[in-house]
Design a protein around this ligand. Structure first.
Ligand code: HEC
Length: 97
């Protein structure tokens, strides 16, 4: 399930950066996979999927909000997918997890 509303409302890139650097995310690939012209991820949804997949490979077992923080960090730092007006808009009511 994609929680982009939560993702954008959360905006917790600092937490994401910490989690990312404390994990072994750069063991199999460097950060260049995030910026390479051949990168596969084309939108936030795919980015979330990849982070989940790689997290599962590592058995890091990040919680959903941690996944989203890392997605947010990677997006702000590398991917820069438009998050439209959601960052400033009132977040829609979301069901709590
Ligand atoms: C066990 C090896 C491994 C580890 C550890 C790993 N990854 Fe990956 N990651 C891969 C592989 C392989 C791919 C390329 C998959 C593909 O080509 O579809 C990839 C691709 C990605 C992509 C997509 C890059 C693109 O094409 O745009 C992201 C984002 C990503 N990884 C994030 C992470 C994060 C975050 C972590 C730490 C939780 C992590 N990875 C740890 C193996 C790993």
């Amino acid at each position: 399930m994609l929680h982009s509303a939560t993702l954008l409302a959360n905006n917790d890139a600092a937490l994401g950066q910490r989690l990312f650097s404390q994990s072994r995310c750069l063991e199999c690939h460097g950060a260049e996979v995030f910026t390479s012209p051949a990168r596969k991820v084309k939108n936030l949804q795919q980015l979330e999927q990849k982070v989940r997949q790689c997290d599962a490979n590592l058995s890091t077992n990040w919680f959903d909000d941690e996944i989203l923080a890392v997605v947010n960090y990677l997006n702000q730092t590398y991917y820069k997918f438009p998050t439209s007006n959601a960052a400033t808009a009132t977040p829609p009511a979301t069901t709590s997890q």
